[in-house]
Write a new protein. Structure first.
Length: 196
């Protein structure tokens, strides 16, 4: 388990190490979208909660970007809606337990340029801070654990240039979070990116 201070220190050091590549080009962006918990199943109608994020990226060589992203997910808790069995007795289904997951990721993106349209593949590592929302005392044992953990992310993206440096983008990201409950989340985002 990584402490929050260690994660931010590591992320800051990584960004400072990128200083020499600032002359090669960098960009910023932000996006918002929906989240689907794909631990057990995938259904299109399960994109219900949300994700918001912002990032800074540096071009380390042609078509390759190093990206630091910071965001926040609001998701169902791992036990939300399940029917628990306690001491052999089946209890009523649990309510809609929710978690806030704040995250920071560091990854690389490989881009394919096709005129005004760019597509890409990306992946990397991340730190995830899971903060379950408050529940009634009798539901406390079913709530997710508050923890800071390691995770991985991979995805695909596409963008269309609107003006010379501004693009509209769509991004699909799979997050594998190594928490106590173990989470697999798929996010579908749309946003804007600006390259300097």
């Amino acid at each position: 388990m990584i402490s929050s201070k260690r994660f931010w220190l590591a992320a800051t050091m990584a960004l400072l190490a990128c200083g020499p590549v600032l002359g090669q080009g960098w960009g910023v962006g932000a996006s918002a979208g929906l989240v689907n918990d794909v631990d057990k199943k995938f259904r299109l109608d399960e994109f219900r909660r949300h994700d918001v994020n912002a990032w800074v990226q540096f071009e380390i060589e042609e078509k390759v970007q190093l990206r630091a992203m910071f965001g926040s997910l609001k998701v169902h808790g791992a036990n939300a809606g399940t029917t628990p069995v306690v001491d052999g007795t089946t209890r009523p289904p649990l309510p809609d337990l929710t978690d806030r997951i704040n995250y920071g990721t560091l990854g690389a993106s490989y881009e394919f340029w096709e005129g005004d349209y760019t597509s890409g593949l990306f992946g990397g590592i991340g730190g995830y801070r899971i903060e379950p929302e408050a529940v009634a005392p009798e539901l406390e044992t079913f709530r997710d654990k508050r923890e800071t953990v390691f995770g991985l992310h991979v995805g695909v993206e596409g963008s269309v240039r609107v003006v010379s440096r501004l693009s509209v983008l769509a991004r699909l990201t799979f997050h594998k979070i190594y928490s106590d409950a173990g989470r697999s989340l798929l996010t579908a985002n749309a946003g804007l990116a600006y390259r300097f």
